[in-house]
Design a protein around this ligand. Sequence first.
Ligand code: GAR
Length: 211
Amino acid sequence: MVSKKKLGILLSGRGSNFEAIADSISAGRIADAVIAIVISNRAEAPGIESARKRGLPVLVVPSKGKERQAHDAEVAAILKEKQVDLICLAGYMRLLSSWFVQQFPNRILNIHPSLLPAFPGLDVHRQALEYGVKVSGCTVHFVDEHLDHGAIIVQKTVPVLDSDDEHALAARILQQEHIAYTEAINIVLEGNHEIVGRRVQSMGKTKLTAG
Ligand code: GAR
């Protein structure tokens, strides 16, 4: 029997992307994976409470006042001890040190609520509305040593409507985020892709989609 792939989830807040991943595993949309650990850098993150209610292993590793690499070393030690195969950043609002990224090459995914390389960083929806784009969306990418930068696995688009404010646009994009993260995890866990330069390309079986 093939052993299930172990996911480590890192979050800082609401945790809706974490919940979408957990729901996809429960429903079999992500097959042969388990969530081995959910880690938050904030004790009050609602996502942590949600993970507890689901009976998942949860740890809070507070980051406040800690030097970045010292905090990252604590988190990395837990992920290694849990033998995670893939780390999913799900609203983890903390920059990772280069050291951390190097510990898990091509094994860290992030989701960002824009069509990267547009609008990296914070206040993403405000940036999109102020710029006046007519289309926005979300991106799931491998994490490299630069912010919101690594090779792109899945992108989904949504229209930007004249009536949109930040809240409305964020809500429309979030629906797509939940779909995109499951697709990206499946692509990566299937292992049927190769990274050529910045391009994540199918080696045949998996169909990579942009929608
Ligand atoms: C999501 O919109 C995610 O794309 C964004 O934070 C939100 C977390 O929501 N992440 C980033 O901006 C990372 N650069 P969630 O806690 O409900 O998943």
